[in-house]
Write a protein that binds this ligand. Structure first.
Ligand SMILES: Cc1cc2nc3c(=O)[nH]c(=O)nc-3n(C[C@H](O)[C@H](O)[C@H](O)COP(=O)(O)OP(=O)(O)OC[C@H]3O[C@@H](n4cnc5c(N)ncnc54)[C@H](O)[C@@H]3O)c2cc1C
Length: 386
């Protein structure tokens, strides 16, 4: 595995163990991810197995979590995404977008009810922020929650929601119309409630080994106890996104690394003009550039983990790492694909699958452009969104 600057040498024993177990899991338990990608299915038998392995939010404290370091958590995301972005998305959504807000902002009852079940994979969660008319600017959301006695009544629609068709619980972000200024609040919505429907989005050409859907909410009554009490305003969803983006900054490196390993193996094996194509300078240049870019992204991810551990990581740090590392993986997966010639366009090899997945990863959790604007504002003090 490409680790050119020997970063894994400085891992603690427990961090090394987690990486090894994640690698073994991906090799031993994930059966033909390429076929799932073609079929547009997620290997659902893996959901409880990933829970058993402790892959959902292992960096949180309590509730059965292993409370691993931020580096170990990042490395886990890297190993899962080296297999497929769909696998990492499963862990990211369940851990960073569903368990994290319950852990950070939920009542004790909500934590006791949901964290153990989500941690083992007995229950599946999803995160409903994006709406058909409001993607990059979620603060303009139209979904509402109206207080009515001991209940809230929710109306609206969410789209592009990872796992919504298979979720038991949705963290839904909605404007609370019963409070002044209609602040955005988080609500736990069981998907079997009357008025909730979750259609699957079919025929995606990216992130195919992941289930994506909508959430329609029509006069959905939920008890007032389902409100996440600990947060009000856009800070709620944005803080969850920071957690998930952190994992993506690491995960994308895994996808790129797998592309590199596949291209290097291919180049040393495939012969043209009487010698392996890896013996030609042009192919070596591609490998050298790929290895350099992956190494730079690894260094950025490791430093990001240190800042997170020290409590000094800012959302803008995460934006830079997500933006850079995903762009790197998107670019390098295409180079790897190219090195495989015609074989590179088949699902027998991973680069084109990763390359297509990267179009989603480049877009979700803040598009590349939006992270550019976040950095631009941080660097100049002038916001350029509008
Ligand atoms: C497979 C998949 C899974 C997803 N999972 C989830 C999920 O689980 N939960 C969830 O809530 N969401 C999810 N999303 C939604 C995702 O976060 C949004 O697609 C993303 O935020 C972009 O929103 P949009 O698609 O509406 O694009 P838009 O916001 O309409 O953007 C379109 C284009 O305009 C650009 N743009 C927008 N505003 C500006 C600006 N001010 N300046 C310059 N350029 C701009 C964007 O960069 C983009 O290129 C998922 C998306 C996909 C594809």
């Amino acid at each position: 595995m490409l680790d050119y600057f020997d970063l894994e040498a400085s891992l603690s024993q427990s961090e090394q163990l987690l990486v090894e177990s994640a690698r073994e899991f991906v090799e031993g338990e994930v059966d033909d991810i390429g076929q799932h990608w073609i079929d547009g299915t997620f290997p659902r038998d893996l959901i409880p197995k990933m829970g058993e392995m402790g892959f959902y939010a292992p960096n949180l404290e309590g509730y059965g979590s292993a409370n691993v370091s931020e580096t170990a958590y990042g490395l886990l995301m890297q190993e899962l995404e080296a297999c497929d972005s769909g696998l990492r998305s499963m862990a990211s959504v369940q851990g960073a977008l569903v368990m994290y807000p319950i852990h950070a902002y939920g009542s004790d009852e909500q934590k006791d009810e949901w964290l153990p079940k989500l941690g083992t994979g007995e229950a599946v969660g999803c995160f409903g922020l994006t709406e058909p008319e409001h993607g990059s600017n979620p603060s303009a959301m139209e979904t509402t929650a109206e207080r009515n006695g001991d209940e809230y009544v929710l109306n609206g629609s969410k789209t592009w929601i990872t796992n919504s068709p298979i979720a038991d619980i949705a963290v839904v972000w909605a404007k609370d119309t019963s409070e002044d200024d209609n602040p955005v609040r988080g609500f736990l919505v069981e998907t079997d409630r009357d008025g909730v429907t979750t259609n699957k989005i079919e025929e995606k050409l990216s992130l195919r080994a992941s289930i994506t859907g909508e959430i329609s909410l029509q006069n959905v009554h939920i008890p007032k106890e389902n409100l996440l009490p600990g947060v009000s305003g856009m800070k709620g969803p944005l803080s969850c996104l920071t957690q998930a983006r952190y994992g993506i900054a690491w995960g994308a490196v895994g996808a790129a690394r797998d592309c590199f390993e596949t291209a290097r193996d291919y180049a040393t094996d495939r012969e043209q003009f009487g010698k392996p194509i890896g013996g030609f300078q042009m192919q070596q240049q591609k490998l050298a550039e790929m290895a350099t870019q992956i190494t730079l992204a690894q260094l950025l991810a490791h430093r990001l983990a240190e800042l997170k551990e020290e409590g000094r990581m800012r959302p803008q740090h995460v934006s830079m790492a997500k933006r850079n590392n995903v762009r790197m993986a998107r670019d390098q997966s295409r180079v790897a694909r190219e090195m495989l010639g015609g074989n590179g366009i088949t699902a027998d090899y991973s680069p084109m699958r990763h390359m297509a997945n990267m179009e989603t990863v480049y877009t979700y959790e803040g598009t590349h452009d939006i992270h550019t604007l976040i950095l631009g504002e941080d660097l100049t003090g002038i916001q350029a969104y509008q």
